[in-house]
Design a protein around this ligand. Structure first.
Ligand code: NI
Length: 161
């Protein structure tokens, strides 16, 4: 988990840019992969590329809900979820385009909500790890998208002849 932090305006702008860019970057990362490539784990014992793409959609749907809860309730306790079990449900076997399209639409909504934040210290609470701020939420998901995109580009670098 990230540590509590306060971002500078420049850091916030960079994190928003990362969220804005994520759907296209993730789409580019999987572009041209055949079924065998999509079902290759990004590392030994890890999720497949397909599962990673669906996981990013699962995670960022939760981000959108967490952000909106934090903006509309007083220090809400957010709901964790079992991401590895979610990645085993039938929708994680769908073509990645389903979640890439979902992420296009989701980030089209998520980014303006983040961009409209005026109180970045506004709190929200994770039942296990405690109280966080909107700066932390923004930093966490900007990192998260890049992190999983890099897993896929890293795998492709290793697979390339
Ligand atoms: Ni993740």
């Amino acid at each position: 988990m990230p540590t509590p932090l306060t971002l500078s305006p420049g850091e916030r702008a960079a994190a928003l840019d990362a969220l804005r860019a994520l759907p296209a970057e993730l789409r580019a990362a999987v572009s041209g992969l055949d079924a065998a490539g999509l079902d290759t784990p990004y590392r030994e014992g890890g999720w497949t590329v397909r599962q990673v793409v669906h996981h990013v959609a699962d995670s960022h749907m939760n981000a959108h809900v967490r952000l909106k809860l934090a903006l509309t309730e007083t220090d809400p306790v957010i709901k964790p979820y079992e991401e590895h079990l979610w990645a085993g449900l039938p929708d994680s076997a769908l073509p990645p385009e389903v979640s890439l399209d979902l992420l296009d639409a989701l980030h089209a909504r998520l980014v303006p909500v983040f961009a409209g934040v005026t109180d970045w210290a506004r709190p929200w609470t994770h039942p296990a790890s405690g109280r966080w701020t909107l700066d932390t939420l923004l930093a966490m998901y900007a990192w998260h998208g890049r992190h999983h995109t890099a897993q896929i580009t890293g795998l492709r670098g290793r697979l390339a002849p």
